[in-house]
Design a protein around this ligand. Structure first.
Ligand SMILES: [Zn+2]
Length: 195
């Protein structure tokens, strides 16, 4: 008696488990910026703010108005436009000045356009050297410090000029990158920044 065959000799090859899984999962676009964004040189709190900004989940005044809060939606950094995440980090006069200075410091002369654009640009910086770490660290520190400055102006009634913020942000980046390259811990970085 012949044993029953599972598939005819000339039929299609058996489906592989991986192929079936991919069909059910569907295709997902590759996130070009993940590697740069997950670089441990970026401080965890900086990464959180960049992620929230990318998702437009920060409590900017336009987002709060959408949730039913009534408030003036002018940007507190420039008082010239409505405060949205896109404006706050890339279109604002104050932020543009800070970001342009930081990017020029790194040797980039192109104008910054959006958070997505900058993450794409970071992903294109190649190598594992200090320049790559510097580039990855800069965007996180810039976005975090701009958000912190906006909050300080609203909630603590303090003000730092764009030059002051550039100076502070450069220091944060310098300490963080050098500490990372020398294998120092986050605690050492925090102490160095407090000194
Ligand atoms: Zn503004």
């Amino acid at each position: 008696m012949h044993q029953a065959k599972l598939l005819p000799a000339n039929g299609p090859p058996p489906a592989r488990l991986r192929t079936v899984y991919q069909i059910f999962r569907g295709t997902t676009p590759k996130l070009y910026w993940t590697k740069a964004f997950m670089d441990p040189v970026i401080m965890p709190r900086h990464r959180v703010i960049v992620l929230l900004a990318m998702q437009n989940s920060l409590s900017t005044t336009d987002n709060l108005c959408k949730r039913g809060f009534h408030m003036v939606i002018r940007c507190v950094l420039c008082f010239k436009a409505e405060e949205t995440a896109q404006h706050l980090f890339f279109a604002c006069e104050y932020s543009s000045c800070v970001l342009q200075a930081l990017f020029t410091w790194q040797g980039f002369t192109r104008r910054h356009l959006s958070l997505n654009h900058e993450l794409r640009r970071l992903a294109q910086v190649t190598g594992k050297n200090i320049r790559k770490k510097w580039a990855n660290c800069t965007l996180g520190a810039a976005v975090y410090n701009l958000w912190a400055e906006r909050n300080a102006q609203i909630f603590q009634d303090t003000y730092r000029s764009s030059d002051q913020l550039i100076y502070v942000t450069k220091n944060v980046i310098r300490v963080r990158v050098l500490a990372y390259m020398n294998g120092l811990t986050n605690e050492v970085v925090s102490i160095s920044l407090a000194l």
